[in-house]
Write a protein that binds this ligand. Structure first.
Ligand code: DNO
Length: 359
């Protein structure tokens, strides 16, 4: 397992690279050009600038999260070919600077969705929260306002420029079914996977977060069955999964351990985090520790160890603790604690396996 840490870029993150370097066992940053609109070809000078900064800090840039997919591709519009061409050129450039994994998602309009960015957890810390009753029948425009008002940072996937065309986007998705989304994803993969293969890149789709339809929009990356369909859609090691335990874990029917065993080498990138799911379907992001939430983090790490996971992992979101002022979910402290918990579990599994081997 190679440990990484998401970093939003110079001037766009409260955590300096030098601090990331001090977290035990972190070898690289998970990065993106966050100011690039979806669909545009990434400029080489900007890519090289991030590489220079990471090199200087002694960190690699192996994992890119995300190269966002233009809505026209998800909608299957004729204009998609232009955006797919740009996507291919970006893959090629990223491959040329040594990137190994590109995380992306295929969620219509919205990326991840929460109703509260600073919900108190009762111990003085706060965390991201999803309240079902505030989504059911809610006005998505109000939610966008609320999310953007609650944070001085633009949330990944909620950048104002992406959402300014909300009305027309909702219009475009009228009549688009899950079936259409699968067809459009297949088309996209058929085009980009050969390019990824050629440039040593593994594409890793992120599950829909939460893993169900919101605001009546079709969402397809939601379950083990659908991930099975995804890997079969284009049979190549470059067509992989970002297995996000927190996103999939919001539906207690999702068995993440079983997914790790089934999809094993098709998982180049693991997001490992806990959440607590309540009986009414609400969920809150807790510490990474198994008993703080409802996702079996210890079982998940054991499963990764059992399959001999050599891919990349990151602790994903954290709570806001010790009065840290940071991007919602992306502070230093709780994610660093998360990493140490994950390493603790990993090393314990390592030790147990060694002991078993000598017996
Ligand atoms: C949220 C993230 C997502 C993720 C994208 C990947 O914190 O997990 O925004 O980066 O869905 O494309």
């Amino acid at each position: 397992m190679k440990m990484t840490f998401r970093w939003f870029g110079e001037g766009n993150d409260t955590v300096p690279l030098s601090y990331i370097k001090q977290i035990p066992g972190v070898s690289g940053i998970v990065w993106s050009l966050h100011d690039m609109p979806a669909g545009e070809e990434w400029p080489m000078d900007k890519i090289l600038e991030v590489k220079r900064q990471a090199d200087e800090a002694g960190l690699n840039i192996d994992v890119v999260e995300s190269v966002n997919v233009h809505e026209d591709i998800k909608l299957g519009l004729p204009s998609r070919d232009l955006y797919i061409d740009n996507y291919k050129k970006t893959i090629e450039k990223l491959g040329s600077v040594g990137a190994k994994v590109i995380c992306y998602n295929f969620m219509p309009i919205f990326d991840w969705l929460r109703t509260d960015l600073h919900k108190p957890l009762g111990d003085g810390s706060t965390a991201l929260f999803y309240e079902s009753s505030r989504i059911a029948g809610a006005d998505p425009f109000k939610l966008v306002e609320l999310i953007n008002a609650d944070s001085s940072f633009s949330m990944p996937g909620w950048e104002p420029e992406r959402l300014q065309h909300l009305t027309s986007l909702f219009e475009s998705y009228k009549g688009v079914s899950e079936e259409h989304m699968w067809k459009n994803l297949r088309y996209f993969l058929k085009e980009i996977i050969p390019v990824a293969e050629k440039h040593g890149i593994r594409m890793a789709i992120h599950p829909d977060d939460p893993p169900w339809s919101v605001f009546g929009l079709p969402r397809i990356m939601t379950s083990q069955e659908n991930l099975r369909k995804l890997v079969k859609l284009h049979d190549s090691p470059s067509n992989g999964i970002t297995l996000c335990s927190g996103s999939l874990g919001a539906n207690p029917a999702n068995d993440i351990v079983s997914m790790i065993h089934e999809f094993g080498d098709r998982i180049p990138f693991a997001h490992i985090r806990n959440i607590r799911v309540y009986d009414n379907g609400d969920f809150i992001e807790t510490s990474h520790r198994t008993e703080d939430g409802t996702v079996d983090i210890a079982g998940i790490v054991r499963a990764y160890h059992e399959i001999g996971f050599t891919g990349y992992a990151r602790p994903d979101h954290g709570r806001h603790i010790w009065d840290e002022k940071c991007r919602p979910g992306y502070g230093l402290y709780d994610r660093a604690l998360g990493i140490m918990y994950l390493w603790g579990l990993w090393d314990a599994n390592q030790l147990a396996a060694k002991k078993e081997a000598v017996q």
